[in-house]
Structures are given as C-alpha cells and as structure tokens.
Ligand binder design. Structure first.
Ligand SMILES: Cc1ncc(COP(=O)(O)O)c(C=O)c1O
Length: 357
C-alpha cells in the first residue's frame, strides 16, 4: 500500500489505530451486526460512544466543573456566528491574527459592536501582537490560538480580564491547556481530533443567557447543552473517529507527552529551515507554530521554488504548498504526523541544497 508523507493542513493525517477502528466499525459496530453509520443515534451503543467521547475530552484537557463539551455541525466557521449570537450584547474585542480571525470578527460585526483590539495585518500576520490592552468592558475577547495559514501560535494561556473565547481549530490537543482561563474554546475537528464533520465546543455555562436578541433554537448553545449534543442527529461517523483519535492521544501518555513530542518534531524542521541557506521561515521566531511550519525560498533561490516542489513531490511529500496568501511552503505537522515524515522532509531539503547550491 502506498503511504504518503502527509503534510496537509486539514483534513490531514489521522492516527493509524483510529483509522483501523473506523474501518472495523464501518463493518460491525460493537457487535451490533450493523455499521456505525447504520445504527440509531438513540441506541445504547451510540449513547455510550458519545459519553466516552465527552469523558475523554474532560479527562485529557482536565476540564473543570461548570463546563460542557458539545459536538456540533457547521465547522469552526459556523461557530464564528454562534459566538457572537450567544455572547455579544454590548461590545466584543478580537485579536486579528489572520484570515480566520478576520472571518470570526466579520460575523460579530454583522451583529453588533465588534472590533480588532490589536492586529498583525501590517506584516501579513507573521507575528502575534503583544503589549496591547484588553478593554475591561468587553463581553468577550476572541483569539485564534494557532494561525493555520501563517504558522503563528499563542503559546500560553493568557490572563484575560473578560471572558476569553478561543478558536483552537488547529492546535487543540497539541499541548496541555488551562481550560479555566477560557470561557469558551471551539474548533473544527479536522486537524488534531478527527475527520471533518464535527465541531467541538467547550463552554462555561454561566456565560450564557446574557443576550437580549432572539436566538434561533439551533443557534442557542443552551439547546445543545440540554440535549447533550443530540438535539438533531449528530455526525456519528466523525464523532466515532474523534473518540478513537482521543483514545490514541491517551494511549501515548496524554497532552504532556504529546506536547513534548510536538516540540521535538517541530524543532527538527525549524532547525533545518534555519540551517539550510536555501530556505527561510516566515513566522516571527518566538511565535512559531508547533503545528503549521511555514517557509519560503531564500531571496537568492526564489527561482527554485517550483523545482523544490516537484523534487519534494517526487520523494512522496504531500500538501507542502503554502497557502496562497503566504506563498512558499507549509508543512502541517499535527499530532498524528509521524516523526519519520518530518525526517523525510528534512532529508529532502538537505538533498535539494546539495544539488542546487
Ligand atoms: C484556525 C482556523 N479556524 C477556523 C477554520 C475554519 O474551519 P471549518 O472549515 O471547520 O469551518 C480553520 C480551517 O482551517 C482554521 O484553521
């Protein structure tokens, strides 16, 4: 079987044991004689899977009392709207660190007074703004902890004087998180926690019920809290694979272990980018993401970009083309990306340097 070195930004590489369990469950789910996508979502077998998934989230992230874990549809993009619908009454502040943050802000602006507290647009989002002040009269402050397109990441759980809301689509479960510092955390599953189709939401219940606007039933978090994410038919297959993905995270030692591995994996590639005279990293060093590693050809070798892309492709690298707003290359090295793939990319860069400089 052909195995690619998969550096796709999402959907992306998933843990092999999760894929194996998914294949088995597609054939026969928990001995029911039915596929996981054929059983009723009201069956006791399915309810047990939902409960297991919720319990894994709570255990791995050490989620305190007072928070709920929801599994919804619509992707992180739908959450941009949900957040503003449910939380914006007077004023909301956003940290503008890229395209996704801007899209989140756009939805809030459509509903009320929302603005960027700080932005890194001046340098094409290549760094995380610092030294800004968060107004104390905000309903919430919204951050994107990992900027998938630009390869920047907020590495610490910040102290925030108002409710802190975080889009963690592309770095959830990559490191331990102090959930108590956040009022809400959300993201699409399709990077570190499963396939596309399910969106996770971790929310502190006491922040809800404070807005005066009409909330459509489906867009009211309280509906999904009350119905345990089963108000409508949940995306069963995605949730099943998410459960298996989280079991895998637990099996390798949880978030402390995975964080250590992620730091080591990212260092391998960043060290090569810094050493190799043909390549340059695009993100500010102190803000470099552990998940999405962005780099371009050095000025002197700009004309070699296509040649490197072809060379890397020939060696089995998949998904290393940078996003069009940054150019160059991006290697997404999520939890399930094996260190062997990163070593293969590093070897490829070294060989290319030998042949071309
Ligand atoms: C940080 C971030 N937020 C939001 C999104 C949008 O997610 P979705 O496609 O689930 O709407 C993405 C997608 O890549 C992302 O990286």
């Amino acid at each position: 079987m052909k195995v690619a070195h998969n550096f796709n930004a999402g959907p992306c590489v998933l843990p092999k044991p999760a894929l194996k369990a998914a294949i088995e469950a597609l054939n026969d789910y928990k001995g029911t004689g039915m596929s996981v996508i054929e059983v009723s979502h009201r069956s006791k077998e399915w309810e047990a899977t939902m409960e297991e998934c919720r319990a894994l989230w709570k255990e791995l992230l050490n989620i305190p009392e007072g928070y709920h874990v929801l599994f919804l549809g619509g992707g992180a993009s739908m959450q941009f709207l949900y957040v503003a619908m449910n939380l914006l009454e007077n004023k909301a502040g956003y940290l503008e660190t890229g395209v996704w943050a801007k899209k989140a802000l756009k939805e809030a602006k459509g509903l009320g007074n929302a603005f960027a507290v700080a932005s890194s647009a001046d340098k094409n989002f290549s760094y995380i703004p610092k030294g800004y002040e968060i107004p104390k009269d905000l309903d919430y402050f919204h951050i994107t902890t990992n900027n998938t397109i630009y390869g920047t990441e907020i590495h610490e759980d910040m102290d925030c004087p108002v409710n802190l809301v975080a889009d963690m689509s592309s770095d959830i479960m990559s490191r331990p998180v102090d959930v108590s510092k956040y009022a809400m955390i959300y993201g699409g599953a399709q990077k570190n926690v499963g396939p596309a189709g399910v969106t996770f939401v971790i929310i502190r219940e006491d922040i809800l019920g404070k807005v005066t606007r009409y909330l459509p039933t489906m867009l009211d978090y309280r509906t999904h809290i009350k119905e345990q994410s089963m108000f409508n038919t949940p995306p069963v297959f995605s949730i099943f694979v998410m459960t298996e993905t989280l079991k895998w995270v637990k099996s390798i030692g949880g978030l402390n272990a995975i964080y250590k591995i992620n730091k080591e994996k990212a260092a391998l590639l960043y060290n090569e980018i810094d050493r190799n005279k043909m390549f340059v990293g695009t993100a500010a060093k102190e803000d470099r993401s552990l998940m999405n590693i962005c780099f371009v050809m050095a000025e002197e070798y700009k004309d070699k970009e296509e040649a490197f892309m072809a060379f890397a492709k020939e060696k089995g690298m998949v998904g290393i083309k940078g996003h069009r707003s940054v150019g160059g290359f991006r290697a997404s090295v999520y939890n399930a990306c094996p260190v062997e793939s990163i070593k293969a990319l590093v070897a490829c860069m070294q060989e290319f340097e030998k042949l071309n400089s």
